[in-house]
Design a binder for this molecule. Structure first.
Ligand code: FAQ
Length: 329
């Protein structure tokens, strides 16, 4: 996804013996469940890890508006259009809280956006897929926002205060988003055979990319161990992915839809669903920038930023004018 690995300086988890006195005290606060606040001392690698994750999260919210924006003018009713607009607006708000949370770590918003536009910073793989029918609005709310909630509820308890607090409101809004998506799916599934087929087609296309949203398998996840030690991550990628499957399969059954996985089956012993192998080649291809919509998404974001230059300039000019007038008075 036009991205480079961000060097956090810490590849492996360090034992207490390898830590400095300051690092040991920092880890002890985290182990005691104390929130880390912007002015507290923190290891450089903790700061960099958070800047990486929080900014990627912010970029995902902003880029994530684009697949749904495609359907605002084609929503089937005025009510659906108003709901979709409100949802997309919420995603913009989430991006703004998250950029603000990232700024508390000492990085500027201009730098964050420059990294997105240059391709240095990642955003979620899921937003590089196209939205081909109205049913995709249902599938995104149900599966994508549904997965986002599963990932983000634990983040409300993560160790960094501003990130954890931003997540509380984000999760409440995502919960509404997931319900509106499921509501669209229910309407389609109760409709004509063609409408039900649209819903099935959307599930077929969004299921596997939604499972990929949780990131690489635990064995392949380079950042998990350190992020778990710092309580940035409370559950592993695979654990959260499994929760998504367990939660969503009964919902698909209720809709009368078939999850596109021939290996999916209930496991009596574990009390969870077993599911088929994920195509990690597809995931890495999207991360390398070769998904169906990567180029289009970045171009659209860059154009929006450039088109807004006059407005940012006007705000600065107005602020300067006001300051000059105040100084003269
Ligand atoms: N896409 O070592 P890990 C939403 C990268 S918000 C792209 O496991 P980590 C709301 C990862 O960055 C969706 N890249 O990494 C919405 C790392 O690369 P790096 C966004 C991915 O950080 C709905 C490398 O792979 N949510 O949907 C992905 O410990 C509808 C190795 O991976 C968040 O950002 C991926 N899917 O765990 C909006 C939640 N997965 O950076 C609009 C917060 C992994 O070392 C419409 N983030 N990579 O170069 C997280 O929880 C974590 O960052 C993970 C990845 C779990 C995503």
């Amino acid at each position: 996804m036009y991205a480079q690995l961000v060097e956090t300086g810490l590849k492996n988890v360090r034992s207490a013996d390898e830590m400095s006195e300051e690092e040991r005290a920092f880890q002890a606060r985290i182990d005691d469940g104390v929130k880390i606040e912007p002015k507290d001392w923190m290891p450089d690698a903790y700061r960099k890890t958070l800047i990486r994750q929080v900014s990627q999260h912010a970029h995902s919210e902003i880029v994530g508006q684009l697949p749904e924006a495609n359907w605002v003018t084609r929503a089937p009713t005025l009510e659906r259009k108003a709901v979709l607009l409100a949802k997309i607006q919420d995603e913009a708000g989430h991006g703004l809280y998250l950029y603000s949370a990232a700024e508390t770590l000492g990085v500027t918003r201009d730098q964050l956006l420059a990294d997105l536009h240059s391709g240095k910073a990642k955003y979620s793989s899921i937003f590089n897929y196209p939205t081909l029918s109205w049913a995709d609005m249902g599938a995104i709310g149900w599966l994508v926002d549904g997965s986002a909630i599963i990932n983000q509820i634990p983040l409300c308890r993560c160790s960094y205060g501003p990130y954890a607090r931003a997540m509380v409101r984000v999760c409440k809004e995502e919960s509404f988003h997931a319900r509106q998506g499921y509501d669209i799916m229910m309407s389609l599934c109760k409709g004509t055979p063609e409408q039900k087929q649209m819903a099935q087609d959307a599930l077929n296309r969004w299921w596997w990319p939604s499972l990929m949203m949780f990131g690489p398998s635990d064995a392949a996840s380079v950042n998990s161990a350190q992020s778990a030690q710092w309580r940035i991550k409370l559950f592993s990628n695979d654990e959260l992915r499994q929760r998504m499957v367990d939660q969503t399969v009964p919902q698909a059954e209720y809709l009368g839809l078939t999850v596109p996985d021939p290996d999916l089956k209930w496991n009596e012993e574990t009390g969870r669903y077993d599911f088929g192998a994920i195509d990690w080649e597809e995931f890495h291809n999207v991360l390398r920038g070769n998904g169906p919509c990567n180029r289009e998404r970045l171009q659209t974001r860059k154009k929006a930023y450039d088109d807004g230059a006059w407005f940012r300039d006007a705000l600065v000019a107005h602020a300067d004018k006001k300051q000059t007038a105040q100084a003269a008075a």
